[in-house]
Design a protein around this ligand. Structure first.
Ligand SMILES: [Zn+2]
Length: 249
């Protein structure tokens, strides 16, 4: 998705949405596989899509088909709760949420680490779900990243270079269990290093957002990347979350 959907929807709402039946249909193509919307949808009247003032067709936010496409894009199996509806369970969790929100605005990265069960992966998924509504964003485990590279090696159609380039250019990339890169081959580890390092360089500069959830501190991927994830001036922070006892009731 190239268009910032939230902006478009807001603009559309302000300027008065053009309903599909009032536009010249031959000039505008519906989004692919647009499906039908929920019965009686008040936004699109069941058509499943809208046209922006610029004449661009966009999904109706209520369209169930859009949900499936967005989930696919985000690399998620099901939709996490909306970001705004999440009540932090601890002060540390709240701090993490604010750090993620900040990095979404400025570009940069967050290395989130702590023991299992403190909700790191949950927050990462919810964050990607928030971001994919407005730009390209993807959640993946490190094992999935290694799999993609291995598949690229065995498939003559795509190359590892292409996989790497795609991951370097993604506006928002969230990686779960990055420490599993150490289980990969030397070649795979070099590619993972390159992806994180290039995304660091594109952080503030291009607004790229790189977030990870790990059981380990960033030095698990080497001192060099660890220093990158502690470069506050460049918009990168490391946050340790371990305070399950600080539960809010
Ligand atoms: Zn609708």
């Amino acid at each position: 998705m190239t268009q910032k959907l939230a902006d478009v929807l807001e603009k559309t709402a302000q300027e008065g949405a053009l309903e599909p039946e009032k536009t010249e249909k031959q000039a505008i193509q519906a989004p692919e596989d647009q499906g039908d919307c929920v019965p009686g949808c008040e936004i699109c009247h069941g058509v499943g899509w809208l046209v922006t003032p610029d004449g661009e067709p966009i999904w109706c936010p209520n369209n169930p088909e859009r949900l499936a496409v967005l989930l696919d894009e985000a690399g998620l199996d099901w939709a996490p709760p909306d970001w705004e509806s999440i009540t932090p369970r601890s002060r540390k969790q709240e701090l993490v949420m604010r750090a993620l929100e900040r990095v979404a605005e400025t570009g940069g990265g967050v290395w989130l680490w702590g023991p299992p069960g403190v909700g790191k992966t949950f927050l990462l998924r919810a964050f990607v779900w928030r971001e994919v509504q407005r730009r390209e964003a993807r959640f993946m485990t490190m094992l999935e990243m290694l799999d993609e590279m291995r598949d690229a090696i065995s498939d003559r159609g795509t190359s590892v270079v292409e996989v790497r380039r795609r991951l370097i250019r993604l506006p928002v990339l969230a990686v779960d269990e990055p420490e599993k890169a150490n289980a990969g081959t030397e070649f795979a580890r070099a590619n993972v290093f390159e992806i994180f390092n290039r995304r660091y360089e594109g952080g503030k500069h291009l607004g790229l957002v790189t977030v990870v959830a790990s059981n380990k501190p960033p030095k698990v991927l080497g001192d060099y990347l660890a220093s990158r994830f502690q470069a506050r001036k460049e918009g990168f922070v490391t946050v340790h979350i371990d305070d399950l006892e600080d539960q809010r009731r």
